[in-house]
Design a protein around this ligand. Structure first.
Ligand code: 6PG
Length: 256
């Protein structure tokens, strides 16, 4: 595992996907426990896609499941597809099957995006309202999540922030409905940069050789405009957790 601190973000590299899930689950526990110690609650937005599944499953197992402050944990989602929660493409469905169904988190502490509802703009506005109400922010204030987990698409997208999308220019709304023509389910709902960059901690979890090229583009090219590279918390921590295959194209870094 290599730790690099010579950039505005941390990079940790695990040997393989199982080790990545292990160190990522451990880091989630650390952030959760620190958040509860400081603010008596832990607010987290979960990533979708397939990569985080291994981390969620690991988090539902000993010793992490017992170390997590579930009673003080509030779960949100970084993005969702326009499908019901039981659909195979549902990010909520993936997280529920891998984690939420197996841990003692109070059901009322899980706030899913109602992707199946007919009016996409109403879905986005309703989730923004829930986020603001539950986090207790006043009108116009930006909700600050303790942790946002994120993934990376091979085109450099993260959450449902795709290259060239108008939502990349959003500066006020915290949640947006987007139509991602390249995505498996084009109707998407996503947290926007204002709330992503207001987070206390953002952790990317990226695995696999197919991501090596885009990881290099996102992390080693200072001129990059890839959506994933634009997530830089203004007053928070940014940690990229990679397995060796995903990190393979990064320039060698000296460990401190
Ligand atoms: C989604 C995710 C998306 C994901 C990337 C990587 O809803 O699909 O939010 O941003 O993190 O597409 O997906 P994989 O982990 O499946 O490679």
């Amino acid at each position: 595992m290599i730790v690099s601190m010579d950039a505005p973000f941390e990079i940790r590299i695990a040997d393989d996907p199982a080790s990545l899930a292990e160190i990522a689950a451990r880091e989630v526990v650390n952030v959760a426990r620190d958040a509860v110690a400081a603010r008596r609650r832990f607010t987290v937005a979960l990533a979708g896609g397939s990569t985080p599944r291994a981390t969620y499953r690991r988090l539902a197992q000993p010793p992490f499941a017992a170390q997590m402050p579930w009673d003080h944990t509030l779960v949100f989602f970084g993005d969702e597809r326009g499908v019901p929660p039981t659909h195979e493409e549902s990010n909520y469905g993936m997280a529920h099957a891998a984690l939420l169904a197996h841990v003692p988190i109070p059901p009322e502490h899980v706030f899913r995006i109602r992707g199946e509802d007919p009016d996409p703009d109403a879905v986005a506005a309703d989730y923004a309202r829930v986020l603001a109400e539950v986090l207790g922010v006043r009108h116009g204030e930006m909700p600050r999540l303790a942790l946002i987990l994120m993934g990376l698409g091979v085109d450099g997208h993260t959450a449902s922030l795709f290259p060239g999308s108008p939502v990349l220019k959003e500066t006020f709304r915290t949640v947006a409905a987007v139509h991602a023509t390249a995505a498996s389910v084009p109707q998407r709902f996503t947290l926007t940069y204002p709330v992503l960059n207001a987070a206390a901690c953002v952790i990317y979890i990226v695995s696999g050789a197919e991501k090596a090229k885009v990881v290099k583009a996102a992390l080693a090219d200072p001129t990059t405009t890839l959506p994933a590279a634009m997530v830089r918390p203004s007053d928070g921590r940014l940690l990229w957790m990679l397995d060796r295959a995903a990190a393979a194209a990064l320039p060698a870094r000296r460990t401190p």
